[in-house]
Design a protein around this ligand. Structure first.
Ligand SMILES: [Zn+2]
Length: 237
């Protein structure tokens, strides 16, 4: 048993409350970077979708340009054959050239249809991209606000932690060094709770009954005892 004044006992209990609160706040504070990263990550999906859409548009435009080039090439082929028409010698050659021109024209007509469809697809894809970019911008704004809020919370938590750290150091200065050492060892061994009150003969550290005689003595004297079950320091309120 340890003889202790009521004041020392109160200080020790407050020290434990402070330190436990500090640990809870620190754990909350430590979760914030992960939460921020999670928010950041949720924007990646938007970026990915936008990239895909941009690639799709680039491919469609490339396709469109290739068709336009083909059309131009066919136009010059038609012109060339039209010039040739002036210098053919036989009707057969003449008819054959006309047929070729006709074939090229119908090919071009098909290419033009496909080209127009391609333009429609580009238009639709660009509108889709704009919608996605708008949604992305709105989500980004929302997430930035949340991140700002998390940073504010982190700062507030840090302030409270710093305050508790200072308060604990001030308390520790007023306590007997051996008592503090014992308290620290017990806290490490007993899941963070070194000192527990006894209420109605029940140790609040392990929730087991302490022997009646020990309970009587605890109520009478300013002493710290050890719970016979969990070996924490016990006191009565
Ligand atoms: Zn106990």
């Amino acid at each position: 048993m340890i003889s202790i004044t009521r004041q020392q006992l109160d200080l020790l209990v407050t020290l434990q409350e402070n330190e436990r609160q500090q640990e809870r706040l620190q754990a909350e504070r430590d979760r914030i970077p992960g939460k921020k990263a999670e928010l950041e990550e949720s924007l990646r999906a938007y970026e990915q979708q936008e990239r895909q859409k941009q690639e799709e548009i680039a491919a469609l435009k490339k396709n469109y340009r290739a068709r336009e080039n083909e059309l131009e090439l066919n136009q010059s082929r038609i012109k060339k054959r039209q010039t040739q028409l002036n210098s053919v010698k036989t009707n057969r050659e003449y008819q054959s050239l006309l047929k070729e021109i006709d074939d090229i024209r119908s090919t071009n007509s098909r290419i033009e249809d496909a080209s127009l469809q391609c333009l429609d697809e580009i238009d639709a894809a660009e509108k889709d991209l704009a919608t996605k970019q708008q949604a992305h911008a709105e989500e980004k704004e929302r997430i930035e606000a949340q991140q700002q809020e998390l940073e504010n919370t982190a700062r507030q938590l840090q302030d409270r932690i710093d305050h508790l750290t200072q308060a604990s150091a001030a308390i520790e200065e007023q306590l007997d060094a051996d008592l503090v050492r014992q308290y620290r060892q017990l806290r490490k061994r007993c899941g963070g709770v070194a000192i527990a009150p006894v209420e109605n003969a029940v140790c609040k550290g392990c929730y087991l009954n302490i022997p009646p005689q020990m309970y009587n003595e605890l109520q009478r004297e300013n002493e710290l005892r050890m719970c016979p079950h969990c070996h924490r320091l016990i006191y009565v309120l």
